[in-house]
Design a protein around this ligand. Structure first.
Ligand SMILES: Nc1ncnc2c1ncn2[C@@H]1O[C@H](COP(=O)(O)OP(=O)(O)O)[C@@H](O)[C@H]1O
Ligand SMILES: [Mg+2]
Length: 251
């Protein structure tokens, strides 16, 4: 299940904000390897640099020092040596994102939020195929009867599942989720983590979740801890969670 070569590798990453008396070292020489098929949790106290590391690893934020390499065929490619356009294309094709606060379009229905990704994503899919894949994703998310509703008509947990569907509908190689359960009660949060875990284990995605929610721990394959910009790999508890529902084939 786990290849020898990482799909995403961060080496000696550093990042500061501000200068002089406001200088903050958000990341200090962080080295992190992520592998295909893994659900990886990054924990740490507020302000420890978690969101910064997620943004750097996903190619959204340039580090001050260090490199981010991404698997490209049999080679690893330096994300920050790509042209801005190459990097944008790489993210569009390969990366799904879930940010705090859902970031859904207020005017679109749940189904339209998913359809728009497939329409803009460069897949030359037909209208009926786009509709079918969106419907399938909604039912996988347990939102089969809510596709016609707009964000204001959905609960927090439902909105987060739409955001998750939007991140995963293209079957991305990578998914980056920043505090995906923080605004949810645990039954909704657990469902979100189960779906992310299924995307890793059944779809071979590489998934990095940032959270300080300890309830996620039993679901993950690898657990990193960040403290004051420094990374350590932590021990995992032995307990195995109940496995997620089968990740239904959408092809
Ligand atoms: N845009 C910014 N400008 C200045 N300081 C920032 C900025 N973003 C983050 N920081 C600081 O960098 C540190 C790490 O922040 P962050 O990565 O958001 O941590 P976390 O996600 O673990 O809460 C914190 O001290 C934070 O105040
Ligand atoms: Mg954060």
């Amino acid at each position: 299940m786990i290849d020898e070569q990482p799909t995403l590798r961060g080496i000696h990453l550093s990042r500061t904000y501000g200068e002089g008396s406001t200088l903050t070292h958000a990341l200090r020489e962080v080295t992190m390897d992520l592998y295909r098929g893994q659900l990886v949790l990054l924990m740490g106290p507020s302000g420890s640099g978690k969101s910064t590391l997620l943004a750097v690893m996903s190619g959204l934020l340039k580090p001050d020092g260090g490199q981010v390499y991404v698997e490209d065929g049999t080679k690893l490619r330096d994300v920050w040596h790509m042209t801005p356009r190459e990097r944008e294309q790489y993210r569009l094709r390969n990366c799904g994102f879930i940010f705090q606060g859902y970031n859904l379009f207020p005017a679109l229905t749940a189904r339209q939020q998913l359809e728009i990704v497939l329409r803009w994503g460069g897949d030359a899919a037909s209208k009926s195929d786009i509709r079918k894949r969106s419907e399938e994703m909604l039912s996988l998310l347990g939102l089969g009867n809510k596709g016609h509703l707009k964000p204001s008509q959905l609960s927090g947990g439902e909105k987060q599942r739409v955001a998750l569907g939007r991140a995963l509908i293209k079957n991305p190689k990578f998914c980056f989720a920043d505090e995906p359960t923080s605004a949810l009660d645990w039954s909704s949060g657990e469902r979100v983590i189960e779906l992310l875990r299924a995307a890793a284990h059944e779809r071979d995605a590489t998934i990095l979740v940032v959270s300080h929610d300890h309830r996620i721990l039993p679901y993950v394959d690898v657990h990193f801890h960040l403290e004051d910009g420094k990374l350590t790999e932590a021990e995992l508890p032995l307990a195995e969670p109940v496995t997620a529902d089968a990740w239904r084939d959408q092809s």
